[in-house]
Structure formats: structure tokens, C-alpha cells
Design a protein around this ligand. Structure first.
Ligand SMILES: Cc1cc2nc3c(=O)[nH]c(=O)nc-3n(C[C@H](O)[C@H](O)[C@H](O)COP(=O)(O)O)c2cc1C
Length: 212
């Protein structure tokens, strides 16, 4: 089992369709600690010690949020600014996060094709996430290929259900150490990796994986 932490940031969960659905799936899973930043810190008063303790106790950190102005919601930025301290997360003596994984789970209102060099947004999603990738690497972490759900503005109920099932399967596989991260690293995003190479997700042993 990979000790898995899910750091979650959505500024308006009451209006959310995608992440509210995803969060219900995550909360129903055992073995994953969920930290809902907007619920924990509505006044942006992040408890740095508690967050560092939680990070230190996990091997893999899922950072989940909607894409807001090609970036992260403000409380997640605040969390990064405060929690990833010099001398703890980076710097000569800052090795607390070294060797841990950072997995982005992102949703974007815009459709997949817009996030191409020649698409409407002019860059690949992975390029928009470059500041996070550099942050993870500066802390000695492995920035894993991000998993994204695009086109949320026009997602049908059936598509949302399919995405929620894929999300749950992914979380279970991450938690159970069934993702071949070396093979996945050949792709820009995890959903592309999973679509192209079925061996990247090893099947669950003994039918533990959700079949819903
Ligand atoms: C303030 C704000 C900024 C947004 N910026 C982007 C953006 O840069 N790119 C994009 O594709 N969608 C953007 N969106 C759309 C959200 O990413 C989308 O609504 C969200 O992923 C849907 O998830 P939810 O149902 O959980 O809210 C933005 C939405 C808001 C409210």
C-alpha cells in the first residue's frame, strides 16, 4: 500500500458537480487521508505544523483541484507558500518530501482539444502545470503524469458517472501500488497513458477493485 494523502482544494464545493462527486468517491475509500483545505481553513489560516506532519506520514500526495485561470485555487497556493518551507521541504537541509510522489488530479471546463499547442488555449495542460512540477521537483518529489478531466462545462450525467468510476479505480490503484509509474512517465498525462497502455494499471488481486 502507498500511504496516500489527498490534498483537495475547491473554493465553492456547494456549486461543484465534478469534485463533489469525486470527493464522495474518495471519502468512501479506506486507506486514503483526505484533507479538504477549504473546509479546514475557511479563513486561509493554514496550520503549517499539521500539514507538514500529514505530508511527512505519506508516500504519495494527490493534489486535486479545478483549474482556475490556468492555475490552482488561491487556498492551494497559500498552502504551498506556507507549508513547503525552506529547510523543511527544500534547501540544503530540507528533505522531508524527498522521494515522495506528487499526483495532480485536475478538472478543466475547456475541452481536451483546447489544451493543445494549436488549440484554443495555446499550450498543453502539462505546460500550464509547470510551476507545480518545478515546485515538486525542487522538493525532491516525483511529479507524476497528471490525471485530468476536461470539458466539465458540457459533461453529461452519464459522462460524469463514467469519470467518477475511472477516478475511483485510479485512486484504488494508486493506494494499492498498482500503477506502473515508470511506464506512465512516458506520457504527458495519466489519462493518455491509461488509454494507450492497458498494462500501466495492474488489475486488483482478489477482486478488491471496485467494479461499479
Ligand atoms: C474562477 C474560475 C476560473 C476558471 N478557470 C478555468 C481555466 O483556466 N481553464 C478551464 O478550462 N476552466 C476554468 N474554469 C472552469 C473550472 O475549471 C470548471 O468549472 C471545474 O473544473 C468544474 O469542476 P466542478 O464542477 O467541481 O466545479 C474556471 C472556473 C472558475 C470559477
Amino acid at each position: 500500500m502507498a500511504r496516500t494523502l489527498l490534498v483537495f482544494a475547491h473554493p465553492a464545493l456547494e456549486k461543484s458537480r465534478v469534485h463533489r462527486r469525486f470527493l464522495a468517491e474518495a471519502a468512501a475509500l479506506s486507506g486514503i487521508e483526505v484533507r479538504d483545505l477549504y473546509e479546514l481553513y475557511p479563513d486561509f489560516d493554514v496550520d503549517v505544523e499539521a500539514e507538514q506532519r500529514s505530508l511527512a506520514g505519506h508516500d504519495l500526495v494527490i493534489v486535486q483541484h479545478p483549474l482556475y485561470w490556468y492555475s490552482v485555487p488561491p487556498l492551494l497556493k497559500q498552502w504551498i507558500d506556507l507549508v513547503l518551507e525552506h529547510g523543511w521541504a527544500y534547501g540544503a537541509r530540507g528533505t522531508a518530501l524527498a522521494g515522495k510522489g506528487w499526483l495532480e488530479i485536475v478538472s478543466a471546463g475547456g475541452p481536451r482539444d483546447g489544451y493543445r499547442t494549436r488549440g484554443f488555449h495555446g499550450l498543453e495542460l502539462r505546460q500550464f502545470l509547470a510551476p507545480l512540477e518545478r515546485t515538486a521537483r525542487l522538493c525532491g518529489m516525483d511529479f507524476l503524469p497528471p490525471w485530468a478531466l476536461f470539458g466539465t462545462h458540457r459533461l453529461s450525467a452519464a459522462e460524469l458517472e463514467r469519470a467518477a468510476r475511472a477516478y475511483r479505480r485510479l485512486l484504488e490503484a494508486v493506494r494499492d501500488d498498482r500503477v506502473d509509474w515508470a511506464a506512465a512517465a512516458r506520457f504527458a498525462t495519466l489519462e493518455e497513458a491509461l488509454a494507450s497502455d492497458a498494462t500501466i494499471l495492474a488489475p486488483a488481486v482478489g477482486g478488491e477493485e471496485s467494479t461499479r
